[in-house]
Each structure stands twice: as C-alpha cells, then as structure tokens.
Design a binder for this molecule. Structure first.
Ligand code: KIV
Length: 263
C-alpha cells in the first residue's frame, strides 16, 4: 500500500505510526521494505552525511538531490522532504517555490517545516496550494542559535502552554501531522491529546501517536552527538570498522581476491 499524508493522518488512534530518516536510495529501500510508513529526508543530513556541526548550512540543491534518491528507493512509505534553513523563512513566495521543487522535481509526498503559530500563514499557503505539510515544534534544530543549544523545551508552564497552542494552531492550519521534539513526557501526552492529528514524537515520551528516530542513531553510524532519546538498536559503525579491517588485512596478505572472485 502506498502511504499518503491523508492515510497517515487517519492512523491516529488506530495504530502507532513508525517513521525514520533516510538520505539515500539504498537505505530508503531497506527502510521501505521493513514497512516503515513515513520516511523523512531530514535536514539532519547536514550533520550525518555532510559532517556539519548543525543543520543550518544544508542547501536546497543538496536536499533536492538526497530527496530524489530516497524517492527512487521507496515504493510504499510517504517521503517527506525537510525544508532547509532559510528556504522558507524569508517570504511565503520563496517558501512556496522551494516546497514546489520538492514535490515537482524530487517527487516528495509532503514537506516538513519547523515553527509554531507564527508559521501558520506559510503552512496555509502550502496546504491551499496542494502541498501536504508535516509540522515540527518543541526543540526545533533550525533555531538552536536562538534557543542557545539543544535544550528540552516546555519545562516551564508558560512554555508548555505556548507549545499546546502551537500544536492546535498548526492542526487548524491543516498540517497532516506534527513532529514533537525534545519535550517532557507529560507535555508530549497533553499535546497528543489536544489535537486530532497524529503527533510523532522524538524525545517526547511514550504517549505520542508515533515515533521518529534519525536512522544513523538507531544503527550506530553517527557518534558525534547522541541525544538521550536516541536508542541504538545495532552498532553498525563497529561492525563496519571490523569489515574494513578484515578487507585491509586480506588485501595486504593477498588473501583477497581469491580464485572465486576472479574472471
Ligand atoms: O532532520 C531531522 O532528521 C528531523 C528529525 C529529527 C525529526 O527533523
């Protein structure tokens, strides 16, 4: 079954929604085959794929290229393209044009934008023009300079109230779902209950309608920065290093290539 934004929206209250990031064709194929419903081409690729310190430097050109590769590797999951920093902040017109490039040129099924109630005019413009939107509130990495780092959000009562209002405003504006990042579990539960659309948590506790993780964290492929919520299911980084060492040893000793690998 091909997942669409509409179908994902209907999953609220029916089943937990499973989401992961992917940035390339091969990874997308494996994640898609595993039955994950939503694949996000996250701007986290700035860090995991391009080695930047944060997500801010990644460009539209780079995001389009990675998104197109993920779309080529995906049969069933909904592919959501993350709009990079400053591709939508300067004006609604520029944001619309850039979102359109993700849909028309890269083949994405939706876009993700960071920000709360103040982002509503842009979200409305996207939705009115037929572009499904995944919202993102709480810890929004494109605002780390302003937030002063990767800090849990909504610990104070007034902050928590603002986040509940943000979620409601985004839902009213027409997003099909919201990513809620880095908030205390009770607030994750309150926000999930406050809106009729699915809330996808990342570091937002157990009561969200679904979960998303950065695939590199889950696989143990990125160790520069590991947040508390990132569960490592396998240490592929270690397994890969061992494989590379075996290859090196075999090339150096002449054990590879052996007869079976020769024409
Ligand atoms: O860029 C990303 O990977 C994200 C997820 C962490 C939600 O925004």
């Amino acid at each position: 079954m091909k997942w669409t934004a509409c179908k994902i929206k209907k999953l609220k209250g029916q089943q937990k929604i499973v989401c992961l990031t992917a940035y390339d064709y091969s990874m997308a194929r494996i994640i898609d085959a595993a039955g994950v419903q939503l694949i996000l081409v996250g701007d986290s690729l700035a860090m995991t794929m391009l080695g930047y310190e944060n997500t801010l430097p990644v460009t539209m050109v780079e995001m389009l290229q990675y998104t197109a590769a993920v779309v080529r590797g995906t049969k069933e999951a909904l592919v959501v393209a993350d709009m990079p920093f400053m591709s939508y902040q300067a004006s609604i017109e520029q944001g619309l044009t850039n979102a359109g490039r993700f849909i028309k040129r890269a083949g994405a099924g939706a876009v993700k934008v960071e920000g709360g109630a103040f982002r509503v005019p842009f979200i409305r413009a996207l939705v009115d023009n037929g572009i499904p939107v995944l919202g993102h509130i709480g810890l929004t990495p494109q605002s780390i300079k302003e937030m002063g780092g990767y800090k849990v959000q909504g610990r104070k009562v007034n902050e928590a109230r603002r986040l509940v209002k943000d979620a409601k405003a985004l839902a009213k504006a027409g997003v099909f779902s919201i990513v809620l990042e880095g908030v205390p579990e009770p607030l994750g539960r309150e926000i999930t209950r406050a809106v009729k659309i699915p809330v996808i948590g990342i570091g937002a506790g157990r009561y969200c309608d679904g979960q998303i993780l950065v695939t590199h964290d889950l696989l143990g492929l990125y160790s520069d920065f590991t947040p508390k919520f990132a569960k490592r299911y396998v240490d592929l980084g270690f397994a890969m290093k061992k494989a590379f060492q075996s290859y090196k040893r075999e090339v150096e000793t002449g054990a590879f290539p052996s007869k079976e690998h020769c024409y």
